[in-house]
Design a protein around this ligand. Structure first.
Ligand code: F3S
Length: 399
């Protein structure tokens, strides 16, 4: 990979330890993937924030980098392992909280915004069409590439952090137009009737399109929340963090219909529910906000929960970013949800909080939450509509 004089100096250590380490990571990546040069990025999203995943080795690595590492561009953080303020309320131990706070302090020292959300685009880290960025967090990467039309690879925690310290990333894969051409036509021949159908559709396309970029036809409308949920699901069950929906996502009008074609019909959606859902009836955990809930989603939850009481056998969490929670407080949604017995889980989520063994069976509107709850936390899972989730929260049963 060609390096400028300035980049050479960074690699030689003239700009300090963190920048040198970062350049070593980025040039190694560039060489592996055949990048010709580095390209400036306008923002970074960092994943690998939970102490649950980092452990002491990860914390030590961050502390080392935080001695002289300072970010050069707008840099936001993915969810941490706990609500940074109300962690006690979510049953997090003192020991865990102490370590998690050390992780957060290291990031703060680096100049990173302590946003702790997987929807940075809802709270101010919003790139424009065609802008180069370096984001980690698969759902956010897919949203950025597909719904916004920005250009990013699916970064890992270390490579995203390295890009933040250098302000650049190697130019390969999704930073090049030639690698963003769809190669499979997906015709959706069924109506998506409820919100969770978007997660089920993501399951179907992710599984069947696998390592190809889908060009999806047959969908007439989509809300930002539906697209957000679809992004999380399609990349979780498949692999490529980029898709086009004809007439809905930017750039779809420029692309040609790929020759290879698959069809998704009602039966496929039904099968997806059958694969995602276990056969249990009892529910002890309802998790909303995967990806982190928007203010509109919170308002819908509050509307459905108003005047109801959540069963004492069920924990009901709404995960969101702290600024969105602030809006929810101001509009009175938080009070309605808390009065019903629900809890807010700001800054964190079902995949990165230490939840293994605490809950047996999850109900949710998110196919991605099902994937991680089953795979990482060994819970039984139920994917369904908001109404089904609220009903299960009140009765403790999935019907
Ligand atoms: Fe976000 Fe966690 Fe879901 S990072 S997309 S809430 S698994």
């Amino acid at each position: 990979m060609h390096l400028t004089k300035e980049e050479e100096k960074m690699l030689e250590g003239e700009n300090g330890y963190a920048v040198q380490k970062s350049m070593q990571i980025l040039t190694a990546l560039g060489d592996i993937y055949g990048a010709e040069k580095m390209i400036e990025v306008s923002s970074v999203q960092i994943a690998g924030v939970s102490y649950h995943n980092l452990g002491d080795a990860g914390l030590e690595f961050l502390n080392e980098l935080s001695k002289d590492g300072r970010v050069k561009v707008l840099t936001t953080l993915n969810p941490a392992g706990m609500d940074l303020e109300e962690w006690r309320n979510l049953g997090i131990s003192e020991e865990f909280a102490e370590k998690q706070n050390l992780v957060i302090e290291a990031f703060r020292k680096m100049g990173i915004l302590i946003s702790c959300t997987c929807t940075p685009y809802l709270i101010g880290n919003l790139p424009r069409y065609g802008e180069h960025i370096a984001w980690a967090e698969s759902s956010a990467v897919t949203f950025a590439n597909s719904v916004i039309g920005a250009m990013t690879n699916r970064e890992g925690g270390p490579s995203a952090l390295a890009a933040a310290f250098v302000g650049k990333t190697p130019m390969y894969d999704f930073h090049l137009e030639k690698n963003r051409i769809p190669d499979i036509h997906v015709e959706v021949k069924t109506e998506l009737k409820k919100f969770s159908d978007w997660g089920a559709l993501g399951y179907c396309i992710g599984n069947r399109a696998s390592n190809k970029i889908p060009y999806i036809t047959g969908i007439k409308t989509a809300t930002p929340d539906e697209l957000k949920s679809f992004c999380a699901s399609v990349v979780t069950y498949g692999s490529k963090p980029l898709f086009y929906i004809k007439g809905i996502t930017p750039g779809s009008e420029k692309q040609k219909l790929p020759k290879e074609k698959i069809v998704i019909d009602e039966k496929d959606i039904e099968d997806a529910y059958n694969k995602i859902n276990d056969d249990n009836e009892d529910i002890d955990f309802i998790f909303m906000g995967c990806p982190h809930a928007s203010i509109k989603e919170i308002s819908q939850i509050a509307e459905k929960l108003k005047g109801k009481k959540i069963s004492p056998k069920v924990e009901f969490w709404v995960a969101t970013s702290r600024p969105t929670k602030q809006l929810s407080d101001d509009r009175g949604y938080t009070k309605i949800i808390k009065d019903a017995g629900g809890k807010f889980a700001c800054d964190t989520c079902v995949a990165v909080a230490p939840l293994k063994g605490r809950f047996q069976s999850l109900g949710t509107v998110s196919a991605k939450a099902c994937y991680y709850s089953r795979g990482h936390n060994l819970m039984k899972t139920k994917l369904g509509s908001l109404e089904e989730c609220i009903n299960a929260a009140v009765t403790g049963k999935w019907k």
